[in-house]
Design a protein around this ligand. Structure first.
Ligand SMILES: Nc1ncnc2c1ncn2[C@@H]1O[C@H](COP(=O)(O)OP(=O)(O)O)[C@@H](O)[C@H]1O
Ligand SMILES: [Mg+2]
Length: 368
């Protein structure tokens, strides 16, 4: 019998909330097992620096390297804590899949950029690191995103039934696993990104816990119509986006003429926008969906889930914990799984999702 193999996954997404680290045991046969999960918040200064690096800035090449190194230190700390808690030695881990922090995602220009100093991380952990998962897919003509649908299919897919998986991170993305085997996946648009931004501005909190503030607001119909007119929402798939597009400047443009609106009503309207976009995407691409599995930090936003639920009432909404992975573990687990694919020389992308010319082995490998 071949031995079980261990892979760690490190995710720091567009929300800039922090690092999720998981340790997975993969067996040649049988389901994967989660051996640990560590969450480390991103220090405020590093968060501010990454937010700034999403746009052209003074001395940005140097600053980007320093921010990447600081993230690598946070990654290393997360790996060490993960190994300590799971009582596993570094030498037992086959590889770490480190997503890095996206600061520019420009498939339209032929590139995407994730910072995270993988060479430094390999040196610090003494474990092989796989990083830069997205560039090869873009080089092959794809969007480089989303990459999670292949993992969603591997862990959540069931033969013969339609299943939709919604990841509510800073950006919201859908994986649509059709009963006939077809898989679609794309970024719908903003998930938590604008909700966080508005809550930070008006509540001085990182996010609107449970969506309670939004729940007490009134949807501003005129504003909602303007938001939903955003061309990205109607654009054909494959498509992907980032917080360099759906940012404070985008929101400011949309809010022109709504200066007297109550901040709370704006929050409710932004939440409604996210729900309407997701529901429209589901209707367009998987009208027969009866189950929507939700992951990402937004799975804890019950107001947002209720708004989605009211628009897709034929579809049951359940968190991924019902399938053995907590919502906040799914993306990190995907990058542990993608690291295993890279080490095994197996493709990680789904060309039908990203639009790449074909399946590709993803990632750059930094040996231990
Ligand atoms: N209790 C909660 N209520 C509402 N939203 C939450 C809650 N917990 C987390 N979130 C949201 O989830 C986000 C983090 O989700 P995550 O999946 O890590 O996104 P990303 O992949 O973009 O980092 C937070 O920024 C916040 O918007
Ligand atoms: Mg996160």
């Amino acid at each position: 019998m071949s031995r079980r193999r261990l892979f760690a996954g490190l995710m720091s997404g567009t929300s800039l909330d922090g690092v999720d680290a998981v340790l997975l045991a993969l067996q040649p046969e049988g389901p994967l097992r989660l051996l640990g999960h560590v969450q480390l918040p991103m220090p405020a200064a590093l968060r501010a620096e990454f937010a700034a690096l999403h746009h052209a800035a003074h001395d940005e090449l140097h600053r980007a390297q320093l921010a990447g190194l600081e993230l690598a230190r946070l990654y290393a700390q997360a790996v060490q804590q993960l190994l300590r808690e799971a009582a596993v030695a570094a030498g037992e881990v086959d590889a770490v899949g480190a997503h890095g922090q996206t600061v520019r995602h420009r498939p339209d220009c032929g590139y995407t950029l994730q910072l995270g100093a993988p060479a430094w991380l390999a040196e610090a952990c003494g474990i092989t690191v796989v990083a830069d998962f997205r560039s090869r897919d873009i080089a092959a003509g794809g969007q480089g995103a989303p990459l999670v649908p292949a993992f969603h299919r591997a862990v959540f897919g069931r033969d013969g039934c339609d299943l939709a998986v919604l990841n509510l991170g800073g950006i919201a993305n859908l994986s649509l696993l059709h009963a006939d085997g077809r898989v679609l996946g794309f970024d719908c648009g903003p998930g938590n990104a604008l909700l966080d931004l508005w809550a930070q501005r008006h509540l001085q909190r990182d996010f609107d816990a449970g969506g309670e503030w939004a729940a007490g607001g009134r949807v501003l119909e005129a504003l909602l119509r303007r938001l939903l007119d955003e061309p990205y929402f109607a654009a054909a798939v494959p498509k992907s986006t980032g917080r360099e597009y759906f940012d404070a400047a985008w929101l400011q443009r949309m809010l022109r003429g709504f200066d007297t609106a109550q901040p709370r009503d704006v929050q409710a309207t932004l939440a409604q926008m996210v729900a309407e976009v997701v529901a429209a995407d589901l209707r367009r691409h998987m009208p027969g969906a009866r189950e929507l599995l939700v992951c990402g930090g937004g799975a804890a936003n019950s107001d947002l889930l209720q708004r989605i639920g009211r628009l897709v009432d034929a579809c049951e909404i359940v968190g991924t914990e019902s399938r053995g992975l907590q919502p906040q573990q799914v993306e990190a687990a995907a990058f542990a799984w993608l690291a295993a694919r890279a080490i095994d020389g197996l493709p990680g992308n789904l060309p039908a999702v990203t639009g790449a010319r074909g399946p590709r082995v993803l990632g750059a490998i930094y040996p231990a």
